[in-house]
Design a protein around this ligand. Structure first.
Ligand code: ADP
Ligand code: MG
Length: 250
């Protein structure tokens, strides 16, 4: 189980998360929605221990072990993987090299190269991603949509147990959105992983059905519902019935 308790976090003396709590049980899919700039990406980065943020209070645990303050590679090794809103490109390191190294580190054993290559090619096929990217530097020369698919290729190989998808739908056309959603649904079914989805759009949640939808506002979750809450937001907007702590305190 993944659990955040009473987390308060700042960036440059600005409070972004305020007594934030969230529990995701094994196998569950949770979605977080919220206005631009409310702190969704901040939350994702804090989970992976981005050093830019200052944690003033709270706990984060995964499978009953504290991960707060741990080096990012250890958090990744524990099975948590973030697909960033804007995956960066890294020159000089190919996807093949990074995945082989990460897999060796994770499984602490030598890799069967034949199986490894086959898995990568199969994942590219499922993702409708040109397999040339396997041997290219990470995300170099890749479009927004291809970058998201390359991140999913990493998921297919490294097999995390907890996925955090920060606006995976941004930069995807309608066909790519379907391909990506099908891939995630299949991965969820096969592995029983837990998923935290950050999105602005109900459309993604039409494809990947969450167990819970949460609204982030004023640094904490102000409302939790099921899929219908996403429908409500799509038609009425965030202001409809969601208490905005920022505006209330102004
Ligand atoms: P969201 O993903 O919900 O759109 P973010 O988490 O990216 O929002 O940002 C939340 C707030 O934190 C915004 O006001 C943003 O300007 C600020 N912020 C995020 N990262 C940084 C940073 N590295 N330096 C300064 N401010 C930041
Ligand atoms: Mg964001």
């Amino acid at each position: 189980m993944f659990k955040i308790s009473n987390l308060t976090a700042y960036i440059e003396s600005k409070k972004i998360l305020d007594d934030f709590s969230l529990e995701v049980n094994d196998g569950e899919i949770h979605a977080i929605m919220g206005k631009n700039g409310i702190g969704k990406s901040t939350l994702c980065k804090i989970i992976l221990n981005d050093p830019h943020y200052e944690i003033k209070a709270g706990h984060i645990t995964y499978n009953n072990e504290s991960i707060l303050g741990k080096p990012t590679y250890e958090i990744a090794k524990a099975g948590i993987m973030l697909v960033n809103q804007n995956p960066i490109s890294i020159e000089g390191v190919t996807n093949m090299e990074v995945l082989r190294t990460a897999l060796r580190e994770k499984n602490e054993e030598n890799i069967n190269i034949f199986k490894f290559n086959k898995e990568m090619e199969e994942a590219c096929q499922k993702l409708e991603l040109d397999p040339k990217f396997i041997h290219k530097d990470i995300n170099v020369g890749a479009s927004g949509g291809e970058r998201k698919k390359i991140e999913l290729l990493h998921i297919a190989i490294l097999k995390p147990s907890f996925l955090i998808l920060d606006e995976i739908d941004s930069g995807l056309d309608v066909d790519a959105l379907k391909v990506v959603s099908n891939f995630i649904n299949e991965y969820h079914k096969q592995t029983g992983c837990s998923i935290l989805i950050i999105t602005h759009h109900k459309q993604l949640l039409d494809y990947i059905k969450p167990n819970y939808v949460h609204i982030l506002s004023g640094g904490k979750i102000t409302k939790t519902g099921d899929y219908h809450l996403a429908e409500e937001i799509e038609s009425l907007g965030f202001r409809s019935n969601i208490i905005d702590e920022d505006e209330k305190s102004e």
